[in-house]
Design a protein around this ligand. Structure first.
Ligand SMILES: C[S@@+](CC[C@H](N)C(=O)[O-])C[C@H]1O[C@@H](n2cnc3c(N)ncnc32)[C@H](O)[C@@H]1O
Length: 226
């Protein structure tokens, strides 16, 4: 992921998104826009990238904290964030989320881990889930999380990654494992797509209430109150 730049990411997600990816991103936005009393809440964008969500979220939020580890994403993320008075960019590793938030202005957080970011996380993905649950419980927050589905890797996945191979690198058939939903490219980009069972296990791990859910054969977006 670190070889990505904000410009490449803008092209893949905003200028020329794959139609199914576009539907997925619209579903995320739809769920985000339905968060109740959003003006009382701190939205936290985990792996904010180039700030695709910055503008729509800053407008509806009390405040927005964008956490991003890849410095190549910062020019556009900083630019979009600077358009608002209620945003903040933090260049850190979100596996240390509870630590990061200790010194931040956080009220009823809405933790957003979107666009299958859990599948491409730099670091221990289990730690990310633990930290999200811990923060959601401590601050009485909510979680919006999305996944690409393992069953779709063979179909939509192949199409998606071939349409953005200029960014991810070409499919490495020897290392990609459709059964476990693991995509690997020849340049070493890895993305884990999750099975129904794995998604159910994550829901159970968070516990609590599913506030909203949107899905297709290819992806799922969940809004959870642990
Ligand atoms: C799949 S991209 C999604 C970007 C953005 N959320 C969007 O939807 O357009 C995942 C992003 O998470 C960032 N990321 C991955 N692991 C991270 C970590 N441990 N801490 C902070 N950012 C991370 C990557 O650099 C990348 O920008």
């Amino acid at each position: 992921m670190r070889q990505y730049t904000d410009k490449k990411y803008i092209e893949a997600t905003e200028t020329k998104p794959h139609p199914i990816l576009k539907k997925h991103m619209n579903a995320e936005l739809e769920i985000i826009s339905k968060v109740e009393n959003s003006k009382e809440k701190t939205f936290i964008d985990l792996g904010a990238g180039h700030g695709r969500l910055t503008r729509p979220v800053a407008k509806i939020a009390r405040n927005l904290i964008s956490i991003e580890i890849n410095k190549e994403m910062l020019p556009e993320l900083n630019k979009r964030s600077s358009e608002f008075g209620n945003t903040r960019v933090i260049v850190r590793d979100f596996t240390k989320l509870s630590d990061i938030l200790k010194t931040e202005d956080v009220k009823k957080p809405v933790l957003m881990l979107v666009q299958n970011t859990l599948g491409t996380v730099e670091g221990d993905w289990k730690k990310v889930l633990k930290e999200m649950k811990k923060v959601a419980e401590e601050y009485k927050g909510e979680i919006i999380i999305s996944f690409f589905k393992q069953e779709a890797l063979k179909t939509w996945g192949i199409e998606l990654y071939s349409s953005i191979s200029w960014m991810t690198g070409e499919l490495d058939l020897d290392k990609t494992d459709f059964e476990s939903g693991k995509f690997v490219s020849k340049t070493g980009y890895i993305s884990k797509w999750r099975s129904r069972k794995e998604i159910e296990e994550i829901k159970e791990f968070f516990g609590g209430e599913i506030i909203n859910e949107e899905s297709s054969d290819n992806w799922i977006v969940l809004h959870i109150k642990p």
